[in-house]
Design a protein around this ligand. Sequence first.
Ligand SMILES: *Cc1c(COP(=O)(O)O)cnc(C)c1O
Length: 481
Amino acid sequence: MKYLSTRGHADRKQFCDILLEGLAPDGGLYLPETYPKITAAALTKLRKAYHEQGYAELAFQILSLYIDDIPAADLKAICAKTYTAEVFGTGEIVPLRHLEDGLWLEALSNGPTLAFKDMAMQLLGNLFEYELGRRGEQLNILGATSGDTGSAAEYAMRGKEGVRVFMTSPHGRMSAFQQAQMFSLQDENIHNIAIEGVFDDCQDIVKAVSNDHAFKAKYKIGTVNSINWARLLAQVVYYFAGYIQATETNNQKVSFTVPSGNFGNICAGHVARMMGLPIAKLVVATNENDVLDEFFRTGVYRVRGSADTHETSSPSMDISKASNFERFIFDLLGRNGQRTKALFSAALQTYGRFDLSADPLFADAAKKYGFESGKSTHADRLATIKDTFERHGVTIDTHTADGVKVAREHHSDAKVPMIVLETALPIKFAETIIEALGHAPERPAKFAGIEDLPKRVHVMPADVEQVKAYIERHCAPAAQG
Ligand SMILES: *Cc1c(COP(=O)(O)O)cnc(C)c1O
């Protein structure tokens, strides 16, 4: 399997090259040259693998279709080490829970940081350690976080050979629980840098460091953001696991509703559907930051400025543009790299928007690819959390509430189960749960009292040079030559 760029670059690469690389050289995103097709017989085999051998085996079999530059036995061992009941809380890893008529919740948030990003990041940590070890290389991951991504990355990379993490976050702006999760890590290779500023300042610092090519090469700076193909691929597996749990035969279809921000999670659903998994609809659920809902309703993709980007009570979906969206548009345009490039580099740079409403291909987004969309507001979240608790005794987090609200509006066929992806546990967003229910959500025992643990964090002004100096002090430069 070779990988290509969505912007038409001539290079074709192998999995382990793009694993460590991030963006393609022309600024595009990597995708496989073709999507491997799953026949009914192959799906039956995967069903059996999940039921008899578990999630890790299912992951191994799906990943094997996309990765041919890691020996099978090694890849199998990496999957087995990643997807354990110990790390993810249950033997099923992603248990499916019935909520109400035809509506199900797939739990993706029982990993170490209680958000779905662990599903992919835990695998990424093990893949990085494996590949860096094989090459005798080091990697210094520099990132910016307002919560979920940073903690998932730190918990995935802690104690890993050859990897260091430098994670910037806006000083004093994350929830107490999120700060405690990140700052209580005492591992030598994890560095928390609290920036006196807002999240955008953190992102600007990361960009400035990455644009200093000499520094980036000398200190082997890399990222783990959601455009990484390996993260997306890891997510494809739980669409299969959700389908297998909700059905008995391959003649049945299911739909998914996905709380969405950067379009990473649901893009994995698109890949699963392209492989032939019997998915009827893929429903994009957004909060007030409705860039994606607007596109699927109107055909206009319009990036928001920072004044137009709302701080909401489902903060992990607060985006101004959806960084993985280019992958779907590339497929929608018949994999036309030149056209994708014209939209994402020229049109977005110049006008901040593009408009496909008059293009017949836009109709395919729903007809051929199954996409629908909806949005939710703070009041909707409160009402959905309250209603779900009162009628079913189930407490859902704010992001999952956006999903449940939109799923109810799009669940049109009683014969097709609608699976809502649960993307975080409510304890991470306790304030809003208290606002909705009048009491705090349950706290898993292993998180008792984490706010009182000693914290390991460096507070710094929003100054690129100081961040660079900190990185220099804490990592030996990569070996010359
Ligand atoms: C990251 C995140 C999302 C959004 O996922 P995307 O892949 O960016 O669409 C939704 N919910 C939670 C809890 C998250 O952490």
